[in-house]
Design a protein around this ligand. Sequence first.
Ligand SMILES: NC(=O)c1ccc[n+]([C@@H]2O[C@H](COP(=O)([O-])OP(=O)(O)OC[C@H]3O[C@@H](n4cnc5c(N)ncnc54)[C@H](OP(=O)(O)O)[C@@H]3O)[C@@H](O)[C@H]2O)c1
Length: 220
Amino acid sequence: MRRPYVRVYATISIDGKIASKTGDSRLSCPYDKLRLHSMRSVVDGVMVGANTIIKDDPQLTVRLVEGRNPVRIVVDGSLKIPLNARVLDVSTAPTIIITSSVAETWKVEQLRRLGVDVVIVESESTQVDMSKALEILYEKNLKDLLVEGGGTLLWSLVSQKLINEFRITISPYVIGGKDSVSLVEGEGFGNMSEWLKLKLINHKICRCGDEIHLVYRVED
Ligand SMILES: NC(=O)c1ccc[n+]([C@@H]2O[C@H](COP(=O)([O-])OP(=O)(O)OC[C@H]3O[C@@H](n4cnc5c(N)ncnc54)[C@H](OP(=O)(O)O)[C@@H]3O)[C@@H](O)[C@H]2O)c1
């Protein structure tokens, strides 16, 4: 089956965290934000997990550069994001919510009344099979996706080897802590034979001064 090309964009501390234990994720410098907005302007869709919506309430639109807004995609197996989340304002850009078939019907209807496209992926729990979800998005003509996190969503993509490219900015902070959020959460791989192997494609010192931007392609 055909699936979109999936790029991850994330800004991490040097110890691989994307947010602290209190949920503070302000790791991006101004130039990094600009680069993220430029990326958003050239992809078909930008995807995040439900906790990122709950914690950060992002708009996921293009504001810092000229360009068109991508389709916003939120993966929310239990439909827990609040109805006043900014991503649900479809007057700025279209929004797709990917959910499971165990999500409550009244919640699906509420979201559809807001003009949101709710995609229900057949499942036995709130966990959505992301390979099925990506096939559906490809059918909707979304062929180039930018995934902005968080760590739980990334694990559901990494664990099924559904990511093609990582664009990572390393920001000059150390966060530490077992309760902070790592770039990739979930249960993690065991032996090296399972790990995702990457190829470095590009690296740049960020114009802000203390950040490095890395582009890695996932090897087959
Ligand atoms: N520094 C950065 O670049 C960056 C970028 C993005 C986010 N963040 C930070 O990351 C934190 C959030 O990360 P997180 O790991 O807690 O959460 P997350 O990945 O944003 O969201 C996890 C939730 O999304 C839903 N979800 C993800 N994959 C799913 C799947 N395959 N099937 C069904 N539902 C799925 C689940 O919702 P249900 O429980 O409803 O099933 C899950 O609880 C926030 O603090 C945010 O600020 C940082």
